[in-house]
Design a protein around this ligand. Sequence first.
Ligand code: PXG
Length: 449
Amino acid sequence: MNKSQLQQRDREHFLHPFTDFHDLGKQGTRVITHAEGAYIIDIDGHRMLDGMSGLWCCNLGYSRNEIADAIYEQLKTLPFYNSFFQCTTVPSIELANALAEVAPGDMNNVFFTGSGSEANDTNLRLIRRYWDLQQQPDKRIIISRKNAYHGSTIGGASLGGMSGMHKQFQALDYIEHIQQPYWFGEGGEMSPEEFGVYAARCLDEKIQQLGPDKVAAFIAEPIQGAGGVIIPPQTYWPEVKKVLDQYDILLVMDEVIFGFGRTGEWFGADYYGMQPDLMTFAKAVTNGYFPLGGTMVSDRVAEVIKGKGGEFTHGYTYSAHPAACMAGLATINILRSENIIENVRDNTGPYLAKRWAELADHPIVGEARSLGMVGALELVRDKGSRARFDDDCTAGGVCRDMSIKNGLVMRATGDTMIIAPPLIITNQQVDELVEKARRALDDTAEALA
Ligand code: PXG
């Protein structure tokens, strides 16, 4: 089938996620057919450096046959068995143990799911179960942040703080959203350091307003990913820690994007020196090769839910799918044996930081920020006032298209351009990425002039 036939069939039967179906029907889809290393190739043979690791998941890139082989071997040996009814499988036991080894501190227990959204739904169930068993059933409210992304199930989307999503469904009524630590967009006249403290104090204010005896948990991504790679000011997490230390409230860190090395540490919690009670993961745990998610549970929480008996009435058919677990084991094995994360911390991360920061001199860039293997560019019409090109933030879409034309997958969230390249990217490929991003910026400036 040729490209237009495929696009036609796509249009007729395939409802894509987070997509304006009408628009997509008009424009036609990009058909991606191959991938190798850090590159994807479309049906026209157009080769693009994948600055988004698929969708924040292919941290090791696309050519890791060890993972594919591990999945295939497992599918031939035991393609499926469940872990309900006192059953288990060897891959799921092995992966649970491997995860306990790499997770921060005392996060020694794991509940497996099929995705990040399901894992956050699991967190909702675990949080309630924990406080019920602690004889504190009034602790019900969960505090999250505006513009957070925690998935797209009803639970995940309720936890998330994306207003566009909230308009299209009825959110759970026990979740409250506070200020996000987005200095460039919302810091006003404050310095980043002042704003970091301010955003963390909003948590304290909210807890006091609701009553600490009513608040069950605070959930946050270490760095907001889908919200626009919002790297909090360095003052933010230490101040949040101070706030949480005063109250008996669980901390849930959602590491779906930052887990497995993206900051140059295993988890964002490690990078920021935080000790969560629950920790969501998905995506890069299998390098995106097989759907798998889950939540890591600290000993503090596990002692209660394991110790006080009674069935935890929750689980999914594909919880701990053996082939997914083999993909996870193969991925962790590569991350460890090839020192991939250390290389991001000591070599490619600092190099990306240096090269990415150079883009701040571009006339339409208001800020260029990065950390580990993520980066963001804020597109502005006026650098001084941080004014955008228009209220609808259409510059981002233009820049994304220009970027793809120039052979780089860079994503737009509004007028914030974001990258999360595979952790295996070399410094030479970082140069290529930055050069292509600069060309995309030039083309965008010209198109918007
Ligand atoms: N938590 C976080 C922090 C995420 O980034 C999820 C939960 C949900 O995971 P699942 O596996 O259910 O998708 C995510 C997912 C984007 C984009 O546009 C980001 C995600 C998903 C789809 C698109 O950046 N993150």
